[in-house]
Design a protein around this ligand. Structure first.
Ligand code: 3H9
Length: 699
């Protein structure tokens, strides 16, 4: 079937696009639109409607075509054909008119949309800028400031809002084609012209230089390290200063610059990796799923409360279980407080808050869990306690209920073995703060049933998380790799670095936070307590934890005590360098026979990133992660790894695996092979000149 059809309805030409799933502007679609526009110039039509079949209006350029040899007509050529039509063209939008899709609409002479539709220019999320006129036409319609906000945020806006912004002419309730035909007839009757957005002028007084400078510095913070947002500002500036043809040429030039950048390659990789991560190899996509209409959370601490909010937010009732009334009241009040903060930020109404809270009920009695479909245990990390809880759940919950643990590193199989239904047990590892962080690590036990995995992956999406599957091992994907990153951070510190130096190296490189600042946020006592239960052999080299232990023992538990690796301003929570901490580091170095030296920034960066990549290679080869992209998804959505570097494995591919391998060998010669032996897969790929991505495709 053709992806573009053309039909005359009375004197209105209707161009219908049908390119599932999202009507992306593939070569066939571009060609079809151009042909239809040309053909319509010759027939009896008085106006044209551009409308889409399926779930959405055009959702953008076909991202999978980027990086391949371009095929004519290009999108700018198609857009120019639409805008150049002598007969008025009306875009009729539903679903999500995004990116190149919305640019097509902006080239039309009139725009209507269903009230449920959304429009936007999300290219920035792919490390790109709108490359088919979006940066030139949006400010001509919506004004410079609104355009800058829309394009640099990439966030879509609802049809009614878009109409207020002058981006849509008519909002339609009811049947879209009928509404669009009525609109077209009205325009024909009124002899409305083919009104072109590019003919509009922008008043330069509405866009003083300070406006652009303000945006540039705001974006330098909000989108630290990213090039596309800054270039978007330059494009919009050009829209004000230059005639449309020159503005479009500037936009094209900067679009190509973005398209060819490693930042955009990384972000496009992540777009597909995120979608692929939710697919489980070897599991039929039609695997039946269990219905999850109610959930219970064991443990009403920060984690349990955050998890509960995810379900209440999508209308699923939650029972929060605590050991006594006092703990329960504390847990519920934390949830209340969290919702109130969201209300204050204007992201939730009071009524929505009340609705969510009404869905969360407390209990101290496991008998109340008899009917729930899913239980998530979120108590502190103690294997014996978790086993007791699962044995209790086995007795209290109905058959078919899914029993999940939120453990961040314990053995899911041992927990499952505490029940008579290990097939129903799975790990659902949320990340703190659980109501904010997007990652959900789904941990498959040895005996976990296929339908339980399929249900968990689908549920993750339902609660707006990004699910990624991990096999069962100590720390799963994320924390298993993190141990190696954290080890190197500690070693760099005792060998000569300071918390400030290490954190700023990693933060300047793009991490959301440096490792020491993360430690302070999480609480240094957590690792300390975990180490208490380990033998010396299990704890490993004391140089990798002696500074943290010394800090805890002097009461520096992190942000919560106002001091950790840093001191914290009691009012602003700002980090302050603490000379006492430097003394601790120096004392510990002496005690462990380390003579401190100046350590340079590139060594810190290489040690921390190579440690992640080497362990990631092992995780891949062991099949703990399904694909390199899954590891990237885990790191970007769970650990603050910069999206514009694509995740550790994509970053390694960009740098080159031979270089990573050789760096690890060099560290091995310098610091010993215990920590620095290249993983077998990394070695193999470095020798054969392949990337992780190529290995994954060939597997
Ligand atoms: C652009 O337009 C540049 C121009 O300015 C200039 C050009 C010169 N291309 O997300 P879903 C696939 S840049 C190719 O699960 P949802 C996706 O991979 C583009 N494929 O559905 C998935 O495949 P699979 C600007 C695409 O309902 C399937 O469609 N536009 C594209 O949750 C379903 O996707 C954007 O950035 C695409 N553009 O969400 C919009 N889009 O089933 C990107 C989707 O094999 N897209 N696919 O895994 C989205 O934000 C969401 O997909 C959308 C639907 C909201 C549309």
């Amino acid at each position: 079937m053709s992806v573009v059809t053309y039909e005359l309805i009375e004197n209105i030409g209707v161009i219908r696009l049908n390119n599932p799933p999202v009507n992306a502007l593939s070569h066939a679609l571009r060609e079809g639109i151009q042909d239809a526009i040309n053909r319509a110039q010759e027939d009896a039509s008085k106006a044209l409607i551009l409308i889409c079949e399926g779930r959405t209006f055009i959702a953008g350029a076909d991202i999978s075509e980027f990086g391949k040899p371009p095929k004519a007509p290009s999108l700018p050529e198609v857009i120019s054909a639409i805008e150049g039509s002598a007969k008025p063209v009306i875009a009729a939008m539903h679903g999500t008119a995004l990116g190149g899709g919305f640019e097509v609409a902006l080239a039309c002479h009139y725009r209507c949309a269903l009230s449920s539709a959304k429009v936007g220019l999300p290219e920035v999320k792919l490390g790109l800028l709108p490359g088919a006129g979006g940066t030139q036409r949006t400010p001509r319609l919506a004004g410079v400031e609104a355009a800058l906000e829309l394009i640099t945020s990439g966030a879509p806006v609802a049809a009614n809002k878009a109409a207020q912004m002058n981006l849509i002419d008519r909002v339609i309730d009811g049947e879209l084609l009928e509404g669009a035909l009525d609109y077209a007839r009205e325009l024909v009757t009124a002899q409305a012209p083919a009104r072109r957005v590019s003919d509009l002028m922008i008043d330069p007084a509405s866009a003083p230089a300070e406006l652009f400078e303000g945006f540039r510095s705001k974006l330098a913070k909000r989108a630290r390290g990213q090039m596309a947002p800054q270039l978007i500002v330059s494009c919009v500036e050009a829209a004000v200063a230059l005639p449309i043809e020159q503005g479009l040429a500037k936009e094209r030039e900067l679009f190509i610059e973005c398209l060819q950048s490693s930042q955009s390659a990384a972000m496009r990789h992540l777009f597909f990796a995120e979608r692929e991560a939710s697919k489980v190899k070897g599991l039929d996509k039609d695997t039946p799923k269990r219905e999850i209409a109610s959930v219970a959370i064991i443990g009403g601490g920060t984690m349990g409360g955050g998890i509960a909010m995810n379900f209440a937010n999508v209308g699923i009732p939650v029972k929060l279980v605590e050991i006594d009334d006092e703990a329960l009241a504390r847990g519920l009040s934390i949830i209340e407080k969290n919702y109130s903060i969201t209300v204050k930020k204007g992201k939730l109404s009071e009524a929505q808050k009340d609705q969510c809270l009404s869905l969360i009920q407390g209990t101290t009695d496991y008998a109340d869990l008899a009917d729930v479909d899913l239980v998530i245990e979120a108590v502190f990390e103690n294997l014996e306690l978790k086993k007791e809880i699962f044995a209790e759940l086995d007795n209290s919950c109905k058959q078919g209920a899914i029993l999940a643990t939120n453990t961040s590193y314990q053995d899911v199989d041992q927990i499952a073995a505490a029940t008579r239904r290990p097939q129903d047990v799975i790990g659902l590892h949320f990340f703190s703060p659980a109501n904010v962080m997007k990652l959900l690590e789904v941990v498959r036990g040895d005996k976990t049933a296929d339908d339980v995995i399929a249900t968990a992956m689908a549920l993750g999406k339902k609660i707006h998380k990004v699910p990624a599957l991990s096999g069962n091992c100590y720390g799963f994907i994320g924390n298993r790799m993190l141990r190696h990153y954290a080890r190197e951070a500690q070693l760099c510190m005792i060998e000569g670095g300071t918390p400030e130096q290490i954190d700023s190296v990693m933060q300047d490189w793009g991490m959301a936070m440096g490792p020491m600042a993360v430690g302070d946020l999480a609480g240094l006592d957590i690792g300390y307590k975990a180490r208490q239960g380990l033998t010396d052999e299990q704890k490993g080299d004391p140089k990798t934890y002696c500074i943290a232990d010394a800090l805890v023992e002097m009461g520096h538990l992190g942000q919560k005590t106002g001091a950790g690796y840093y001191r914290y301003d009691p009012e602003t929570r700002a980090r302050i360098t603490d000379p006492e901490v430097v003394e601790v580091i120096e004392t510990q170095a002496k005690a462990h026979g380390v003579s401190r030296r100046a350590i340079d920034n590139s060594e810190i960066l290489n040690r921390l990133t190579c440690a992640l990549i080497n362990e990631g290679s092992k995780i891949l080869q062991e099949g703990i992660a399904q694909r390199p992209g899954d590891i990237d998804v885990v790191y970007v959505f769970g650990y603050g790894f910069p999206a514009y570097r694509g995740g550790p494995m994509q970053y390694a591919d960009t740098v080159g695996l031979k270089r990573i391998h050789d760096t690890i060998v060099m560290f091995g010669q310098r610091y010993g092979e215990e920590y620095w032996t290249p993983a077998p897969l990394l070695k193999e790929l470095a020798e054969s000149g392949k990337t992780f991505a190529e290995w994954a495709r060939g597997k």
